[in-house]
Design a protein around this ligand. Structure first.
Ligand code: 26Q
Length: 820
């Protein structure tokens, strides 16, 4: 295919010229950061042409558009990914090499765009990649946080958060679009007016407002010249003070509005799977939703005159409940600005909005206090009241006399606005993110809703993009796959990986596969040496658990098991033990005390174990500082074992599990989330599965839990490990340091059960599964086969497959072609 950057010499001139005009320097004088900027602007130059061509295709082909509404887009770095998708990576690396510039070094200068917490945000990023690659018209809609996910430092074993000033050197790929700015209003009160024909008007007065200004980031499709848009909104004060007549000349209010604008987009809330009812968070939600919906409706109206047909051209996918205020905002625009009646507005809204659920954890459900909600969004609240009134009427009609249903299902109840209920009532689709998760939603958490409207419910098992997590993250394996399959088509059709199974019994191919893994382990070891100052042996088993820190993900189970192994090695130095390196990476929400204690514990264990010369380096523990998308790519590529050990039923899907599988690391895990489907694809003999099933967990929970003290009393090895939390072994003599963790395992409090996450209950099964890992690893051929079969069986877990399912079952989009 004609590739306009190459023209290698032209590209090189472009880079040289950018260094000159941006920094008044020559290539030799420029810093790596300046070279990153210069190269990125040269690449953007090329992207822009395809971006314009894509916009033209939108205009000419008038496709249906999905707006993916999300508070989070965890994009990571753009440069390398854009080059991959432009199929220009190798050529650019070569051109830069001729200029004495190392592309990898340049890539490392780019800050991660960390506008997300974890799984949900990264999923949104993978979806954008797949949408563009598959040729669908899509916008990502979100917030341009001034500060993204905090940077994590580890000091004295403790997590320290520092601000992520990701925009400090500018963002070469973004484009400010002031021409699409919108006003967003907060607070005040609603005055009802009747016009001369007796029509009612709702006028918001005494409100505060901000100007939402969009910044566009290009989303480059793979090898198809399609460039979609991630539109993230910045807030600016309204400069000409469009205050209503009451407030004109009010200096105090002007300053307040300036502060409002600054505060709204200041920072991403670093809570993962945890709701905190903060007013500013609700402001963020309404801010980007109002701007996005206003803009989507306006765009539709430029080429269509019948607003009733909006659902034929537009769909809003709500990434969890965080954007659910979209439902009411669309109603507001249809009622108050388009002048529609309630029924027609509701008909349109309920054919335009769809909802994805990402969690069943009670503490993550959004329930806003009504007083806060109605004060901040008075008109939107009125509309929700009417939605609720009609819905409750419908429940009573369908289930006469069953007031329990009303109490369980109403949107407004107990002084709260229940966002999930609103999303389900107004959405035309409700989906879970893995088969097991969707079943739990239908049978437990959302049972009443499923009973009332079964046809809305569907499953869309998550996926990941192989472009970033294999092509970019693991180029050696990517080339090997292409070689073995004899085609590059797997890059856009991951089901072809199945063809690798042919090599599962070929000694030479297995040898190659393992030597690639070894090189990736060396690369990871190098990273760890540079960033942690810890030397690890690439011949040891790299056992990796990287994900947000949360009790339900059970990093505590992992580290307790390390403590147990350490005891074993100390006690039986003669017993053979295959050297192991346990690698952790995790950020804890700033206010999540227990999660932070677990980080400290991991680091304390690392300290003790890594410095004990008597164990001859058999055991190493590493905590990777500041786990994020860019270093995740190295970790997946270099892992031998993928730790996916959540308490069954708690992890909706997981997506890291899929990234490890793709890179040839077998899963050590519970039957939770998408692990179930991974096992289905790869075969249970090629994974290490242990622990309670989700049915068992749920049944214990319904019966008030279990008694961990029985286990503590009967299993002296477990007791020893648990006691070591409070005997000073890992507290540098301080016995109180981990008292709370100890208590969490053994003591029932009025507010919570002991060992809520079944750590002691699953401990033995986990230790046995770990023994099986060791035995399997010792058999080199067996392990190689298992690892290869994981890579070969990952076809289902491409986000391309997920997106095709969303398109077929929910969005009904048209495929676009971009001509250049
Ligand atoms: C809510 C209210 C206030 C502040 C923050 C939040 C908040 C923020 C982020 C609540 C939840 C999240 C993130 C949830 C999340 O990442 N869930 C994960 O989604 C993945 C993609 O579907 C799944 O694979 C994971 O299983 C699920 O935990």
């Amino acid at each position: 295919m004609y590739n306009p950057i190459f023209e290698k010499e032209k590209f090189k001139r472009e880079v040289t010229n950018n260094v000159k005009t941006l920094f008044r320097k020559s290539v030799e004088e420029a810093t790596p950061q300046q070279l990153f900027q210069a190269v990125s602007y040269a690449i953007k130059e090329v992207i822009i042409d395809d971006w314009i061509a894509t916009q033209k295709a939108y205009n000419e082909q008038d496709p249906k558009i999905v707006y993916y509404m999300s508070m989070e887009f965890l994009m990571g770095r753009a440069l390398g990914n854009n080059l991959i998708n432009m199929t220009a990576y190798k050529e650019v690396a070569e051109a830069l090499d001729e200029m004495g510039i190392d592309l990898n070094t340049i890539e490392d200068e780019e800050p991660d765009a960390a506008l997300g917490n974890g799984g949900l945000g990264r999923l949104a990023a993978c979806f954008l990649d797949s949408l563009a690659t598959l040729g669908y018209a899509a916008y990502g809609c979100g917030i341009r946080y001034r500060y993204g996910m905090f940077k994590q430092k580890i000091e004295d074993g403790y997590q320290i958060e520092t601000p992520d000033n990701w925009l400090k050197n500018g963002n070469p790929f973004e484009l400010r679009r002031p021409e699409y700015a919108r006003e967003v209003r907060f607070g005040g009160n609603i005055r009802v007016e009747y016009d001369e024909v007796g029509k009612t008007h709702f006028v918001q007065e005494h409100y505060e407002s901000v100007r939402a200004v969009p910044y566009d980031m290009p989303i480059v499709g793979y090898n198809n010249h399609m460039v979609n848009t991630l539109r993230i909104w910045d807030a600016e004060p309204i400069v000409d003070f469009q205050l209503d007549e009451f407030d004109r000349g009010d200096y105090h209010k002007a300053v307040e509005q300036e502060n409002l604008a600054k505060n709204i987009v200041e920072v991403l809330y670093p809570n993962d799977n945890h709701y905190a009812g903060k007013e500013l968070r609700l402001k963020q939600q309404y801010f980007f939703i109002s701007a996005s919906i206003q803009q989507a409706v306006a765009k539709y109206k430029t080429t269509h005159d019948d607003i009733h047909k909006l659902p034929e051209k537009v769909t809003f996918q709500m990434n969890d409940t965080h954007p659910t205020v979209a439902v009411a905002e669309l109603m507001r625009i249809l009622l108050d600005e388009e002048g529609l009646g309630w029924n027609e507005a509701w008909e349109i809204t309920t054919h335009t909005c769809a909802y994805t659920n990402h969690t069943i954890m009670a503490e993550a459900l959004e329930k806003w206090p009504i007083d806060l909600f109605s004060r901040l969004l008075p008109r939107v609240y009125q509309i929700i009241q009417e939605i609720d009134r009609r819905f409750v009427e419908q429940i009573r009609h369908q289930y006469p006399g069953d007031e329990g249903k009303v109490k369980r299902m109403a949107i407004l109840m107990d002084g709260q606005v229940k966002m999930a209920h609103l999303a389900i009532v107004a959405g035309y689709s409700v989906n879970g993110v893995a088969a097991l998760h969707t079943e739990i939603l239908k049978k437990q958490e959302l049972r009443d809703f499923y009973e009332m409207m079964p046809s809305k419910f569907n499953n869309k098992t998550n996926g990941i993009t192989q472009r970033r997590f294999l092509m970019h993250g693991n180029p050696l394996l990517a080339d090997w796959v292409t070689d073995k399959l004899g085609t590059k088509d797997w890059i856009t059709d991951l089901s072809l990986m199945d063809g690798l199974k042919e090599w599962a019994d070929d000694g030479e191919a297995l040898q190659e596969f393992m030597s690639i893994k070894y090189k990736n382990k060396e690369r990871l070891a190098q990273y760890i040496l540079e960033h942690n100052g810890i030397e690890i042996d690439p011949r040891s088993i790299f056992d990796v658990q990287v994900k947000r820190l949360h009790e339900y993900k059970r990093q505590l189970l992992n580290i307790l098991h390390v403590m147990y192994l350490y005891n074993q090695i100390k006690e039986h130095p003669e017993k053979s033990f295959y050297p192991r390196t346990f690698i952790f990476g995790a950020k804890a929400s700033a206010g999540y005390i227990r999660a932070k204690q677990i980080i400290k514990l991991i680091n304390s264990v690392a300290d003790v174990v890594n410095n004990d010369r008597s164990i001859n380096g058999k055991l190493k523990v590493v905590f990777i500082e500041d786990y994020r998308v860019s270093n995740a790519e190295l970790l997946f590529a270099g892992a031998d074992v993928s730790e996916q050990i959540s308490t069954a039923s708690k992890e909706a899907s997981g997506t890291g599990n899929m990234k490890f599988m793709l890179n040839g690391a077998p899963t050590l895990g519970t039957m939770d989330g998408a692990n179930v489907e991974i096992v289905q694809e790869v075969g249970i003999e090629n994974a290490f599965i242990f622990g309670l099933s989700s049915d068992e967990v749920i049944s214990y929970e319904q019966n008030g839990g279990y008694n961990p003290v029985d286990i503590y009393n009967s299993d002296h090895e477990i007791r020893r490990v648990v006691d070591q939390l409070v005997d000073g072994t890992y507290g540098y003599g301080n016995r109180e340091m981990y008292r709370d963790l100890y208590n969490s395992l053994l003591n029932t409090k009025s507010s919570s059960r002991a060992d809520m996450y079944f750590i002691l209950k699953d401990f033995r099964a986990y230790a046995e599964a770990q023994e099986k890992v060791e035995a399997a690893y010792r058999d080199r051929d067996r392990w190689a086969r298992m690892a290869l079969l994981n890579t070969a069986s990952c076809g289902k877990f491409s986000s391309d497959r997920t997106i095709e399912e969303y398109v077929k079952d929910i969005w009904h989009l048209d495929k676009l072609t971009v001509e250049v």
